[in-house]
Design a protein around this ligand. Structure first.
Ligand SMILES: [Zn+2]
Length: 278
């Protein structure tokens, strides 16, 4: 696209590039999105991590609604039935064995976090031998600890250790539900990590820190990522500074006792752990 701009607008664009350190592409994209009232850099989240911790896994939205608000993200399904991966406008369901199928539009969603992925930075990262190394290699691409980020990593993975939850009895708290999760390791597989980084202050309603779900390039395997080994990955990062939270209206949610102190339960549920007795 070649566009002729008057000198005054060109000067304004250059001043904004100098002020913000952002690229011409990013500034023009944001300006056009604003003109056409398309929301960019917006997180859309259904329900809260605190509700999940309290055992509220009812249907709060449909997959169709989630896809109306984003083409990239993660979540779970009604009854905590597996892991959701949203990539390139498709919603996928990873069952307890890590087998992926495309989720029907009317499938129920108790929790999801999505965005319209428009990355601002792209780079290659190398030699990832653990989840901690993945976090450390992504850290420099987050300029702030006070906004959200979407992160996409593509490439060949030597190993991805993942889990998928199986539906617990209704009302089971998250910390107990994940004790029956199934863990599996995929090896020598092409695929994508779909990630959201959330600020520490968002812990009571989101999942603070990095949260990655994996899906293989053939869209047949995936899950919630616990550990990762890879040599070369292409990383794309988008800062997200608008947050839209859709709170449920179900009876289970309205009557649940949701504590603000979910950090310990979420740390246990979301990260690699040895389940007691397993
Ligand atoms: Zn997850």
């Amino acid at each position: 696209m070649n566009i002729k701009l008057p000198t005054s607008l060109r000067a304004s664009v250059h001043a904004e590039m100098a002020r913000s350190g952002r690229s011409l592409d990013a500034i023009v994209r944001d300006a056009l999105a604003s003109y056409f009232e398309t929301s960019l850099h917006t997180v859309f989240q259904v329900s809260t991590s605190g509700a999940l911790v309290a055992g509220v896994y009812d249907r709060e939205a449909s997959v169709e609604t989630i896809l109306d608000h984003g083409d990239f993200g993660l979540g779970t399904f009604t009854g905590l039935d597996g892991e959701m991966i949203i990539l390139e406008g498709h919603a996928y369901h990873a069952d307890v064995s890590g087998t992926v199928t495309e989720a029907p539009d009317d499938a129920g969603v108790p929790f999801a976090i999505v965005t319209r992925f428009t990355p601002e930075q792209e780079t290659l990262i190398t030699s990832i031998a653990s989840f901690a190394e993945l976090e450390a290699l992504c850290d420099p691409f987050r300029a702030s600890g006070n906004i959200f980020y979407a992160l996409r990593l593509d490439g060949r993975f030597a190993a991805v250790k993942a889990r998928a939850v199986s539906p617990p009895p209704p009302g089971t708290k998250l910390v107990d539900a994940v004790k029956t999760q199934h863990e599996f390791t995929l090896t020598d597989v092409d695929g994508t990590l779909v990630g959201i980084w959330s600020p520490e202050f968002s812990g009571p309603f989101s999942v603070a820190g990095y949260h990655f779900h994996f899906i293989s390039r053939d869209r047949r395997q995936g899950g919630h990522v616990l550990d990762v080994h890879a040599d070369h990955l292409r990383l794309q990062v988008e800062p997200l500074s608008n947050f839209h939270l859709a709170l449920p209206e179900t009876e289970a949610y309205l009557k649940a006792h949701i504590s603000g102190d979910t950090a310990a339960a979420l740390a246990f549920a979301e990260h690699d752990h040895q389940a007691p007795g397993a």
